[in-house]
Design a protein around this ligand. Sequence first.
Ligand code: GLY
Length: 384
Amino acid sequence: MTPVSRVSPVHDRIAIVGGGIIGLAVGWRLAQAGRSVDLFEKERVGQGATRAAGGMLAASAEAEPGEHALTALNRQSQALWPDFARELVATSGIDIGMRQDGILNVALTGDDLRRLRAEFGHQQRHGLPTRWLSAAELREREPCLNPGASGAIHSPGDHQVENRLAAEALRVAFTQAGGRIHEGAAVERVLVENGAVRGLHVAGTEHEAGTVLLAAGAWSGGIEGLPEAARPPVRPVKGQMLSVRMATEEPLLRHVVWAPGVYLIPRLDGRLLVGATVEERGFDTRITAGGLLSLLHSAWRALPGIEELPVEETWVGFRPGSRDDAPILGPGPVRGLVYATGHHRNGILLTPITADLVSRFILTGVVEPALRSFGVGRFVRRAA
Ligand code: GLY
């Protein structure tokens, strides 16, 4: 990619705030490059949105009209995933459960069918690699779906990974490369002096660093010490999910399926993930009857056989939502403070491209073109 602008090179020690998949992946790239990297996580790494996610790499199925820059970034990252996964598995020795069966977005009613046809038209106009499946073609692929299902969009390039294993693999890869993980280490404040970071205050002690990477997911907006203009507008977007157990020898589903009100993600180990609510309730960790009811009702409409399956786990996660649903990446108004947050619904998908672009910025000071639409500066109100 052609560099377009150069800012002051950053050097010395690097401190990462947040041990989700994004912080770990950027940290891995930086440690591989020989930099001194300390990662601070308030609990244990990989236990926030990274653990709660479904692991869909859904650049086509989740593409929204009007989000062209985000869709382009999502597609770039999707293309990086197979090599990223190979490198991660080879380095860590951990299989991260990548499945390449694609996603089916299924219509159950006439209304759904018209909506899906419109969505398919949008995808085709924007060159997304999707195809239309008739009811018969759909049944052939997924015979256990509701027999009334009348058609579907197939996104064959929308793969999935087991995000919990990917985080575990990244923990191993990061530490093998020389990165240091500090768990149970809540960052109390970012230390800023004369418009530049000089480190972090963690558990009563100062940790000096020339670069601070803010990768604290939904908690990124609440980190103390940043001037107002440098505070990323990120809020928690609550998602409730659950999983049931399928018979591994005869799984009810093979593809990830989106149906009205729900998505269903079959894992290789026989779990079927059912997600997810989208709720504006701050950091409310409660699993609610209404949340589970709506997920299970929608799942049962799409896949009646789910009725017989034992429920294994329920959980809540917090998507880091920015004001325009796109991530916040790269430099901002405080020298040495770098952002990798606000990934909202696409954190797992955007991990490889975030790791590449953000680590290259930290290593070289170069803001590559792909980063330019995603700076925190886009949220700063301009004078009229
Ligand atoms: N990308 C799926 C979700 O946010 O629920």
